[in-house]
Write a protein that binds this ligand. Structure first.
Ligand SMILES: [Zn+2]
Length: 217
């Protein structure tokens, strides 16, 4: 059997290429090594494999960065379609743009970008992708006692899962907290009313004298 040479430089190869993919849900590179060095796979010498790995990681980082820019641009396009006066929202849009740059993993969709813009514009403080027990919620609004979830089509077929999830989240947050689910179609048509919808839930709680406990963090 002829010896296997480095795919890049031609020296004797010692390692096969680690195979990897970018998991969109976990926001992580999942890497797995192909065990045997055979001609079926691209193989590398010790020097080259580190360079190849570093280049791959950079590609993924660039991919994520570009994806988030496209997501952000789409969110602004969606707002313009609703004939929203963009200049009125410029300050909030700038804040969210800066936040995405520094926290790309916090944003999963254009709808979340829009919700973030509306929350900032209305001075509602929020924590994004907040972990509660084993679940992660889209927005935690600690001053309002509300969890805000953005519901896309993917939610339509898992109502049972959602009610179990909601019960678990409420149990963890404490009595009185509300989970407000806003559908993406609603955001597409009534972006400026997101905060009003949340406030209605809070008002209902107040008029009915339902107490809620602030998180002790
Ligand atoms: Zn090499």
């Amino acid at each position: 059997m002829s010896k296997i040479i480095c795919w890049k430089c031609g020296k004797a190869a010692t390692k096969s290429m680690p195979h990897w993919y970018y998991d969109e849900q976990l926001h992580q590179i999942i890497e797995y090594q192909v065990q045997d060095i055979t001609k079926h796979y691209r193989c590398y010498c010790d020097d080259c494999i580190e360079k190849v790995k570093a280049a791959d990681k950079e590609d993924v980082a660039n991919y994520i960065r570009l994806k988030k820019i496209m997501m952000f641009n789409r969110a602004l396009n969606l707002l313009e379609k609703q004939r929203i006066n963009m200049y009125k929202y410029k300050d909030a849009i700038d804040v969210v743009e800066e936040h995405i740059k520094n926290n790309p993993d916090k944003y999963d969709s254009s709808y979340e970008v829009i919700a973030a813009i509306m929350l900032v514009h209305n001075r509602v403080s929020s924590k994004m992708q907040y972990k509660i027990g084993k679940y992660q919620v889209d927005f935690l609004l600690p001053e309002m006692g509300v969890v805000l979830e953005i519901d896309g089509d993917r939610h339509r077929y898992k109502k049972d899962y959602d009610s179990k999830r909601d019960a678990e989240i409420k149990k963890n947050l404490g009595y009185g907290w509300d989970i407000v689910r806003i559908k993406t179609e609603y955001i597409e048509q009534n972006a400026t009313k997101i905060v009003k919808a949340i406030e209605m839930v809070v008002e209902y709680r107040e008029t009915n004298h339902i107490p809620w406990r602030k998180l002790s963090t």
